[in-house]
Design a protein around this ligand. Structure first.
Ligand code: TYD
Length: 135
């Protein structure tokens, strides 16, 4: 089973002109990108997430503001990440439950390995815990 992990993307540029960060499959991005979406204008301390995906993998980048992300795997191990850097991503493998607490006006940029499919979501924690992973 893959584990969630931070990805340190490089930064190109300097303080005089600003910075540019790249996520490229074969480089730092661990899957071929099919979809990007972003979450923004969040009110203070809003909670989002509360689901896992059967197949989808994502990388979450907190472009601005702060995000505390709690990840749980099917063995009930818990991982906590605090994201607040635009050149840092959190890789969330498939079958990992996520809970997000976001700061006021946080912007989360999410890169996904699959097209949107509501059938890929597990939105009930008990169902997630009872889910068996094929060997
Ligand atoms: P959801 O993934 O539940 O967001 P969060 O975990 O941040 O709370 O998505 C919120 C809503 O947006 C839900 O109704 C599904 C819809 N949605 C799409 O239609 N397409 C997408 O690509 C995504 C990510 C969500």
């Amino acid at each position: 089973m893959q584990a969630p992990r931070l990805i340190e993307f490089g930064s190109i540029g300097n303080e005089e002109i600003g910075f540019l960060t790249v996520a490229e499959f074969g480089g730092d991005l661990p899957f071929k990108l099919k979809r990007a979406y972003w979450i923004y204008n969040t009110p203070e301390l809003v909670e989002r997430g509360g689901h896992a995906h059967k197949e989808d993998e994502i990388v979450v980048i907190c472009i601005s503001g702060e995000a505390k992300i709690i990840i749980k795997n099917v063995e009930n191990q818990e991982f906590i990440f605090n994201l607040n850097k635009p050149n840092q991503g959190l890789y969330i493998p498939k079958m990992h439950w996520r809970e997000l607490s976001l700061s006021n006006h946080a912007t989360l940029f999410c890169l996904s390995s699959s097209y949107y499919d509501e059938q890929d979501y597990i939105r009930n924690y008990k169902t997630f815990q009872n889910h068996t992973i094929p060997k």
